[in-house]
Design a protein around this ligand. Structure first.
Ligand code: RFL
Ligand code: PHB
Length: 389
């Protein structure tokens, strides 16, 4: 088989790139290790920056997003039973929208299928060959049969545990990593959200987050131990702990119910450089991970796709390689800023096992400064709504 761009990974990064390129007449094949249902079963991001929404419109997949997403003009920060609002609209003139990654991915799968896009599921042993040459190819197995795709370029959109990053020789690759000493336990429940805006909580018992998907679907997270598994937490134990962390007014009005999903995510900051090796380009979680505190993971994947898509179009349409040559540099410049913001939000809001009394005072001073200083709020708001592409 031959295609112009072989895309490894059928998560949001790979599907969005495939859809955008298809609309410009560029042929792609997406190789996904799991099934469509498996990918759609993962509950992940909920907050989309305007840049990502614009990209979904450009990809022609925004009908449901435009009709069903919820505009959020701000978030609430809470500490020690106090709370204050960061008003994005006032501070930056823009907002974010709440629309689940599951829905983004579903819309992209539906569009790819409607346009006859080639997506191969259940691929095993995907390998990228000759990425440094002018004739790269990808081999893989499905149900015991070996296949080969010859292509012009390979997009590595296969997430943190994929093969693409590891294809770049370790002599070329530089990796930067920080693992946080806790995780997030998240639940989804068919209950009305406790508040219209998201609430990020710094409590003595650890971080908590109140988020949502729609008027009757809530998403809550609590900071937990790295070694906790979702089975260690009954729904009752989760709700009880969440109530202890929320401001008392919200704890009182919280409506609880059975969880329909419960999962634990480790918190990690990670960047690999460069994001290009020959004709292989890394995008999204394959190249970088942020702790979810700043809601930046999916949004940073989207900005990678924006740069790569424009670079590939420039190359295919005019033969000019400037865009793809500068892909790694442009993407990384934005990635590192998202890393900084996510790291800062994580430090501001979590309890760390080695924090001493001084560290706690510093954290409190930082939050109180944020509460009282409009410029500090504007910095948070600019980063949260998304830095320009
Ligand atoms: P994905 O979503 O991991 O998709 C990669 C796909 O590649 C497949 N794959 C392979 N396919 C073929 N061959 C192989 N060898 C393969 N290896 C892997 C996988 O099966 C998968 O389908 O990466 P992608 O597309 O780059 O998307 C990144 C986002 O998923 C991620 O950044 C966000 O979910 C992060 N994130 C958030 N981001 C936001 O922007 N806003 C948020 O509010 C937000 N909240 C979150 C989050 C992530 C979370 N978790 C669980 C880590 C909340 C949580 C709890
Ligand atoms: C979510 O709704 O899943 C969500 C929202 C904001 C975050 C992380 C996750 O910072």
């Amino acid at each position: 088989m031959r295609t112009q761009v072989a895309i490894i990974g059928g998560g949001p990064s790979g599907l969005l790139l495939s859809q955008l390129l298809h609309r410009k007449g560029i042929d792609t094949v997406v190789l996904e290790r799991k099934t469509r249902d498996y990918v759609l079963g993962r509950i992940r991001a909920g907050v989309l920056e305007t840049g990502m929404v614009v990209l979904m419109r450009e990809a022609g997949v925004s009908a449901r997003l435009d009709a069903e997403s919820f505009v959020h003009d701000g978030v609430i920060i809470s500490y020690a039973d106090e709370k204050f609002d960061i008003n994005f609209k006032e501070l930056t003139g823009t907002s974010v929208v709440v629309y689940g990654q599951t829905e983004v991915t579903r819309d992209l799968y539906d569009a790819r299928e409607a346009m006859g896009g080639k997506i191969v599921f259940n691929t095993e042993n995907v390998q990228i060959h000759a990425a440094e040459s002018d004739a790269p190819y990808v081999t893989y197995r499905v149900a015991g049969t070996e296949h080969r795709i010859d292509c012009d370029y390979v997009a590595g959109c296969d997430g943190f545990h994929g093969v693409s990053r590891k294809t770049i020789p370790s002599t070329v690759r530089r990796e930067y990593e920080k693992i946080y000493p806790f995780g997030w336990l998240g639940i989804l429940s068919e209950t009305p959200p406790v508040n219209d805006e998201l609430i990020y909580v710094n409590s003595d018992r650890g971080f908590a987050l109140c988020s949502m998907r729609n008027a009757n679907l809530s998403r809550y997270y609590i900071q937990c131990s790295m070694s906790d598994s979702p089975e260690d937490w009954t729904d009752e134990a989760f709700w009880d702990e969440l109530k202890h962390r929320l401001p008392s007014a919200e704890a009182e009005k919280l409506i609880t119910g059975p969880s329909i999903e419960k999962s634990n995510a480790p918190l990690r900051s990670f960047v690999t450089e460069p994001m290009r090796w020959g004709r292989l380009f890394l995008c999204g979680d394959a190249a970088h991970i942020v702790p979810p505190t700043g809601a930046k993971g999916l949004n940073t994947a989207a900005s990678d796709i924006h740069y790569l898509y424009h670079g590939l179009i420039q190359m295919f349409e005019t033969g000019d390689s400037e865009g793809i040559d500068r892909y790694s540099e442009k993407a990384l410049a934005r990635v590192w800023k998202a890393e900084r913001f996510s790291w800062w939000m994580t430090n501001l809001l979590h309890r760390f096992p080695d924090q001493n009394a001084f560290d706690l005072k510093m954290q409190r001073a930082e939050i109180e400064f944020l509460r009282s200083n409009r410029q500090a709020q504007a910095v948070l708001a600019q980063n949260y709504v998304g830095l320009p592409y």
